[in-house]
Design a binder for this molecule. Structure first.
Ligand code: B12
Ligand code: SF4
Length: 427
């Protein structure tokens, strides 16, 4: 039973380490906010928490903080300030940091910590108050996920966030959660996939269009999971006349899938190429060959789809030869020139980061077990670093080294490759 006095502030933290944190909207918080409003709970999104004037939050009964690891210091500061100055407010932590760094978080005086999906857990906390557990993990089913209200996208809120896809003002939508692949560097590996129904996605696209966005970035881990899924989604998307970008996987990209993407408005795909070295791809269980990665680029470019490849240096076993292999892959990627779907002569793009060993990844587990069965070592202060792999002006936290390359050498190689290939990008 909900008490009248229940009122929640949902906090989306700022990211001073990003070039801009007003690019992609906070979908986790937007989903929770919609659900709270739908259930008659007073809820506000705060995306610029006022540390200097914290008393203004006095009327809230709960503060729910959504946190990724690099934002943890802000979350911990809110907790400390609230406990000191507004001790009647219950503080709840959710988001990826709560899930993967639970041991650290549970040592702090958060009233509740939510692992994974927050919808039912938050309702449970707000309804049952002190009698609900301190650490909650309440999964939701695919049916529930599709029945919940779609994320909050009122124009004045959504318009605070914007980026462009080849010049088209864009926003983000998620068509599925989870990833079946098992890359050993990724926290999302081997997670169950939950898909939104195409009609649900159709409603979300319309909502984004009403806020003035004609471009959509489908931010799923892998949008091109299977031919059937792409077929179902593209039949819905095409009705809405948008341009979009999505994420593919070299293992599952085929000419047929690429054609369905193009026909429904796709102008760009991102894919995790990770490395140009087959040795490293095999080691991190990427389950692709270099040939498949190159075919991916060819298949997309032939149809005018621009490719943005995401790569890293500093995966286990990285050495001069593997960096040379990555150089070759970048040379292949960036030498393609083709006519885009929008009729311009363009080339591809890439991001090159340094691997950051987040807890919750298989690689980090193996390092922490300390059996010496992996050629990767943590820098002395890894867990004190901010914990980002893409920050302002292309900076990357330097947190690892291998037996042949120090952190500094890895960063120097990254800079060298960026200098060599980035100036060629034509938008
Ligand atoms: C979109 C996205 C971004 C956007 C974020 C936009 C924004 N303002 O939120 C951008 C591109 C900016 C981004 C940046 C980064 N990201 Co990111 N990102 C994602 C991505 C692809 C989707 C997240 C999302 O929106 N999911 C959809 C919503 C509905 O789910 P959700 O956010 O998980 O929220 C649910 C639960 O977590 C929970 N919940 C969330 N908040 C709260 C709060 C409360 C109170 C409660 C109760 C529950 C709760 O309930 C929600 C609904 O069920 C995920 C991967 C993934 N597939 O999840 C990575 C992911 C979250 N990102 C990650 C990383 C590493 C980063 C960066 C560090 C990368 C970098 N640049 O170096 C930065 C960090 C930026 C930061 N904010 O600190 C990691 C997180 C690792 C970690 N330990 O925190 C993930 C998991 C990817 C991965 N597999 O490594 N990211
Ligand atoms: S890196 Fe990409 S493909 Fe691999 S497990 Fe993570 S989300 Fe899936």
């Amino acid at each position: 039973m909900l008490k009248n006095s229940v009122k929640i502030l949902l906090v989306s933290l700022r990211d001073s380490f990003l070039d801009s944190d007003r690019v992609m909207p906070p979908m986790g918080v937007m989903s929770l906010h919609s659900l709270m409003l739908d259930r008659g709970i007073e809820s506000t999104i705060e995306n610029d928490f006022d540390f200097d004037n914290i008393e203004k939050y006095n009327s809230y009964s709960h503060i729910g903080i959504s946190c990724m690891t690099p934002q943890r210091d802000q979350a911990y500061k809110i907790l400390a300030d609230v406990k000191q100055k507004l001790s009647h407010i219950k503080v709840i932590l959710g988001g990826p940091h709560a899930k993967y760094y639970l041991e650290d978080c549970s040592k702090l005086p958060f009233d509740h910590i939510v692992i994974g999906n927050g919808e039912l857990a938050l309702l449970e906390i707000l309804t049952n108050g002190d009698s609900s557990s301190r650490i909650l993990q309440i999964p939701i089913s695919v049916e529930q996920m599709n029945q919940f209200p779609i994320p909050y996208r009122k124009p004045d809120f959504l318009q605070q966030y914007c980026f462009d896809i080849q010049g088209i003002p864009s926003t983000t939508i998620l068509t599925a959660k989870g990833c079946p692949m098992k890359c050993t560097f990724c926290e999302d590996a081997k997670s169950k996939v939950f898909m939104y129904k195409p009609e649900n996605i159709g409603r979300q696209i319309e909502q984004a269009k009403e806020a003035g966005f004609r471009g959509i970035m489908f931010f799923d881990d892998i949008f091109t999971l299977s031919k059937t899924r792409v077929q179902n989604l593209s039949q819905e998307i095409v009705k809405h006349d948008i341009y979009y970008r999505c994420f593919g996987h070299a293992r599952s990209m085929t000419p047929e899938i690429a054609q369905m993407l193009v026909d429904s408005g796709c102008i760009e795909t991102g894919f995790g190429a990770e490395s140009g070295s087959q040795k490293i791809l095999d080691f991190v269980e990427k389950r692709v060959s270099l040939k498949q990665q190159m075919d991916y680029v060819e298949i997309c470019n032939k149809r005018g789809i621009k490719v943005k490849a995401f790569l890293m240096l500093g995966l286990p076993g990285e050495d001069k030869d593997s960096i040379q292999d990555t150089r070759k892959f970048l040379s292949f990627l960036m030498s393609h020139r083709f006519t885009s779907r929008l009729g311009r002569e363009i080339t591809n793009d890439f991001d090159l980061a340094l691997f950051f060993p987040y807890k919750g990844t298989q690689i980090r587990d193996r390092i922490d077990r300390g059996k010496g069965d992996i050629d990767l070592y943590l820098a002395l202060n890894t867990d004190q670093l901010s914990g980002f792999y893409k920050g302002t002006n292309g900076s990357s936290d330097s947190a690892v080294m291998t037996s042949s390359l120090t952190s500094q050498q890895l960063e120097a190689s990254r800079q060298e490759l960026l200098g060599e290939f980035k100036p060629m990008v034509v938008f």
